[in-house]
Design a binder for this molecule. Sequence first.
Ligand code: FRU
Length: 497
Amino acid sequence: MKVMSQILRDARKYEENMEKMISVRERPAFHLSARTGWMNDPNGFSYYDGKYHMFYQYHPYDSHWGPMHWGHAVSEDLLHWEYLPAALAPDELYDKDGCFSGSAVTLDDGRQLLMYTGVVKEHCINGETREIQTQCLAAGDGIDYEKYGKNPVIDSGDLPEGGSKYDFRDPKMWRKEDGSYCCVIGNRGADGSGQILLFTSQDGFAWKYEKVLIENGNRFGKMWECPDFFQLDGKWLLLTSPMDMLPVGFEYHNGNGTLCLIGNFDEGENTFSEQYNQSIDYGIDFYAPQTILAPDGRRIMIGWMQNWDTCNFRAQNISWFGQMSLPRELSVRGGRLYQKPIRELENLRRNKVAYEGVPVSGTVCLEGIKGRRVDMELTLRPEKEQDIYRKFAVRFAQNDKFQTSLSFHPEDSILKIDRKFSGSRRAIIHQRRSLVRSEGGKLKLRIILDRFSAEVFVNDGEHVLTAIIYTEQTADGISFLAEGTVRMDIEKYDLDI
Ligand code: FRU
């Protein structure tokens, strides 16, 4: 193996020292967070050598975005994480300004192959800088990775006509049953909006451009970042994260969003025909998800539990920034993506408290229902079918000063998450509404709280709403409120790692 660069050695030493300054209580309990400094997108999510591997966009030296490294962690259950040394640093001429997002597969010789976007800044005569983006490889043993001598392996010469070399990033590779390799890459086409390019390879090292798998055509935002493409339940799914979205009803919100296209794929012709589209997450903080096919056949997705426009909403005095979402098991039913927290989460459940048919009218607190690391399932129905309640709300991370709420109006079927009173001092988005499916005021909510987040799975994963909260941990109250009368079943567990 080539000698490790000084830049990577420095990063590894730095993170090892700095990690010691962060106590476990300052981190989420079961969500992966930056070892130190900044984290964004999940990268190289894979199962290798008996463990799940998660790499991530990483700037160890600051809790703000900077020259991108790849951080690295491993886990046996996707909930208990162990940090490994940073895997990649921007230390070659072709990636000196950043190792951007990418993916991982296992080679026939047993090594793990990473493909990432190498970034080099170009200085224009008008004083502006632009980033040239190419695709590069590194192979390794699960801890140390050596960059390929012939990098970059895909560059502007491989682009279709009109494809931008400045927006050409985030390769997601997979292996076909015949052992060959495929990869999808985000790109900006001639119309200024996103397109997803498909490449193939026989050995993982020499890549061939195949075709434009799908064009945005300015329908969903502009550039499409972090694509993923896979088969599930008889359909093919293209996940991507569009930039610069305009809102559409309650389905898509402004700014950076998430998009799931569901359709069919003709593997002989490499043609994707789209049938359905939807957001992946309807909350505030979820972006750039990546999936893995687990050894037991489950398709599991993890996203960056953050959004670019809300990054100024942060905790004070903490030297890490950025968390990953809960791993979510995916399925497709009736043309719709369903997400459930991975079943391993149930192993963390302690102290069950359950009530059946509790009448909620006005404000109600229940004995044993509180906490900040919680798995709580609520099943709601109206007291009388002819007299549907007007509003239901659950408040959590609550004390006399703070709370975050989830409120539901059956009349228009809108579920709202609101962290305005969670302790934030910033004037940024703190609320989001989602149109959910509810008949006659019936609704199921599974709420997972970790120290700094809330993830809400509606009707067994038909909709999911995710939001970061930084409320002080002593605010651990949970209460319920209804205008009219709701009958509520509740099952609640503490989650202990
Ligand atoms: C998405 C993204 C990717 C890029 C990376 C840079 O969040 O913008 O497109 O590779 O972040 O850190």
